[in-house]
Design a protein around this ligand. Structure first.
Ligand code: ADP
Ligand code: MG
Length: 306
């Protein structure tokens, strides 16, 4: 178990992370979410021992994670970290990059391991290509495979799919998260993309104002977002009479006491997102058809109690 207890950290004077406590079980995937600048990357770096804490402790099983004041070499063998701006060896091949830290003593095993990882990140076709010739997204996948090469117990990933195009992203996410579950690798991912979380993460930690604003399963936070920040992670939402509603939880009815005027339509594929004005406030709802600007509509909240 990763045990984070009362962790506080600041780079200079102003606090970045204040008194965070949480646990991550072996094999669990915890997603760290929050707005840009909320401290997601900092938290990952602190968890791997890149900085000394101002207060608190981090333990993996019996071992305390310590910073540079206590360790000559930053990081621990049981933990791998892929930074937002990852580094690779540009002048050697994809396969060589992935296998760089694997022993040459077990040649056959090394070859098999590299082949397996190439498959996980869907890069078999470019195995012998020099890394400098790859796209940003391909490089990101090499970095992921490289982190997995020595089978870490914990993997810390900072926005791991940010450079990967949408065609590849979905299948790659499925492949990586399945691999991590199959191998029981604990995984902590910093992201602002809900697609990295929904359907994959066991728990979600929301960082805001230096603190944990919410911590729960994605399902629970989706069903009952207690704050606008949490709701905004999942999609367009409205606050009506202090209650949070997603766009799909507002429907148009023949009459109601929520009278709104259509301001705009956005084509979203299988639906239109309608922006309307309700008592001077902008509201968003989903509708199968687009609506004329200026049209009067009546809305009903269709949120189910939970
Ligand atoms: P996120 O990953 O959520 O976007 P970061 O952890 O990168 O957030 O940054 C959190 C805050 O810490 C920001 O205000 C950022 O400017 C600051 N910060 C990040 N790295 C450093 C650093 N090396 N020195 C000083 N301040 C930093
Ligand atoms: Mg970051």
């Amino acid at each position: 178990m990763l045990k984070v207890n009362n962790l506080s950290f600041n780079y200079n004077k102003s606090p970045i992370l204040k008194a965070l406590s949480f646990n991550v079980k072996p094999g669990e995937y915890l997603a760290i979410i929050g707005e840009s600048g909320s401290g997601k990357s900092t938290l990952l770096k602190v968890l791997r021992g890149e900085y000394d804490l101002n207060n608190g402790t981090v333990f993996w099983k019996k071992e305390q994670i310590l910073g540079p004041k206590h360790n000559l070499v930053i990081g621990y063998d049981f933990m791998k970290y892929v930074a937002q701006e990852f580094e690779l060896e540009p002048f050697i091949s994809v396969a060589e990059n992935i296998g760089q830290h694997l022993s040459n003593f077990y040649k056959e095993e090394k070859k098999e391991r590299i082949a397996e990882l190439l498959q996980v990140v869907e890069l078999t076709a470019v195995a012998t290509t020099k890394v400098k010739l790859l796209s940003g997204g391909q490089k990101q996948r090499v970095a992921l495979a490289r982190a997995l090469a020595k089978a870490p117990e914990i993997l810390l990933l900072d926005e791991p799919f940010s450079h990967i195009d949408n065609f590849k992203k979905q299948s790659l996410r499925r492949s990586i998260f399945k691999y991590l579950k199959d191998k029981n690798i604990t995984c902590i991912v910093a992201t602002h993309d809900k697609e990295d979380v929904l359907g994959f993460a066991d728990n979600m930690l929301v960082l805001n104002n230096n603190k944990i604003e919410a911590y729960n399963t994605p399902k629970q936070l989706y069903k009952d977002p207690k704050t606008a920040l949490v709701a905004s992670f999942f999609g367009e939402f409205n606050i009506i009479n202090n209650d949070i509603f997603y766009a799909h939880q507002l429907k148009i009815v023949d009459s109601s006491n929520l009278k709104a005027i259509v301001k705009n339509n956005y084509f979203k594929g299988h639906y239109y997102l309608i922006e309307a004005n309700l008592n001077g406030e902008n509201v968003f709802l989903k509708n199968s058809k687009n609506l004329e600007k200026g049209a009067i509509i009546y809305l009903q909240k269709i949120k189910k109690p939970h």
